[in-house]
Write a protein that binds this ligand. Structure first.
Ligand code: FA5
Length: 337
């Protein structure tokens, strides 16, 4: 019996089979239990001999099972370890890493420059009231200059802001002439412009405003000159041309001298050698007054630029739509390592 059971244990190839052998030989209905149960019928001389024999057989079978079970578990573990082995010498799989959008990088670069010049960064709502977008900027209802910025209206009094200039009005209005202001405001703006290589119906602007006692046009020119040289190189010149904005007087547009250099030398990027990048001027006395500043005491300058156009010039991007179509091949070219 013992031999038979041991060879069954040996043959068992799964834990389940081993369990079956245990039930068959050592279980309640198994032969050994039966022998032990029948002990009472034996003579007193036979009892210890048979008892001891039965117990030994039981212990031997149980030990063999235990060993077999251990061996099976070890084999299972080894198999698992072999299957799950990691080859640390294999090359890693590259993970796709994103990076800031070119426009984000340009805006941050401009912000850093102006923060260094003492400007605070402000924000304002993209859904704006007619009052702040136009009226507070000296553009009353019916003013023909409203047509310069064709607008997306939501209601009669609410629209998608057409420029970042309302944030000037909001900032000054909150202070009510109590102290100077020196801020820039980057953000999205919206116009009913037809999309083409240099126009987008939604684009970015960065507004700048400096109001204090004795702020002069030469301060504006100095700040803009620093900006141009920082963004495009120390050899760049700026030129201010007379222009018109209802919220500034006098108003100017700023051109920057532009050279494009390649292997064959340098040439100017436009026939004139100058390219326009922003609008600016001295804050109109009416605008100061409406926001609670005394124009006899305070003066200021303001400017508004389009960072897409600046990035296009700086990096030779030929179409503004590249900023908004999210073609990864375009975006990747400008990721810094
Ligand atoms: C304005 O929006 C004035 N608020 C700027 C200003 C601020 C003047 C403060 C004076 C004082 P303008 O409409 O010219 O001005 O737009 C300013 C800049 O935004 C332009 O120089 C250009 O760089 C950019 N821009 C204008 N329209 C578009 C467009 N459709 N797509 C992309 N960029 C545009």
């Amino acid at each position: 019996l013992e031999q038979e059971a041991l060879s069954k244990v040996e043959e068992a190839s799964t834990i389940k089979e081993l369990q079956d052998v245990r039930v068959a030989y050592l279980g309640k209905k198994g032969p050994i239990t039966e022998v032990l149960r029948g002990m009472g019928k034996l003579s007193p001389e036979e009892r210890p001999i048979i008892g001891e024999l039965a117990n030994t057989v039981r212990a031997n079978i149980a030990n063999a099972m235990e060993e077999k079970k251990d061996a099976m578990e070890r084999a299972e573990l080894e198999k698992q370890l072999a299957e799950e082995q990691i080859d640390v010498t294999l090359p890693g799989r590259p993970v796709a890493v994103g990076g800031p959008h070119l426009l984000t990088s340009i805006v941050e670069e401009i912000e850093d420059l102006f923060i260094g010049l003492g400007f605070e960064v402000r924000e304002g709502p993209e859904v704006e009231t007619d009052y702040y977008n136009f009226e507070a900027l000296n553009l009353p209802k019916g003013h023909p200059a409203r047509d310069m910025q064709d607008s997306f209206y939501i209601t009669e009094d609410l629209l998608m802001r057409t420029h970042t200039s309302p944030v000037q009005a909001r900032t000054m209005n909150a202070i009510q002439g109590a102290r100077p202001v020196k801020m820039i405001c980057p953000g999205k703006v919206y116009r009913r412009d037809t999309d083409d290589a240099t126009h987008s119906h939604q684009f970015t602007q960065i507004e700048g405003l400096y109001v204090d006692k004795n702020v002069r046009m030469s301060d504006l020119k100095g700040v803009l000159d620093r900006f141009a040289k920082h963004m495009f190189g120390e050899d760049r010149e700026i030129r201010l041309r007379p222009s018109f904005f209802p919220f500034t007087e006098p108003s100017v547009e700023m051109d920057i001298s532009c050279k494009v250099c390649n292997g064959e030398g340098c040439s100017v990027c436009k026939k004139t050698g100058w390219i326009e990048i922003l609008g600016a001027g001295m804050v109109h006395p009416r605008v100061l007054e409406m926001a609670g500043y005394d124009p006899n005491e305070y003066s200021g300058f303001a400017f508004g630029m389009g960072p897409e156009r600046i990035a296009m010039l700086k990096y030779g991007v030929d179409d503004i739509r590249h900023f908004y179509t999210n073609d990864v091949r375009f975006l990747k070219q400008y990721h810094q390592a």
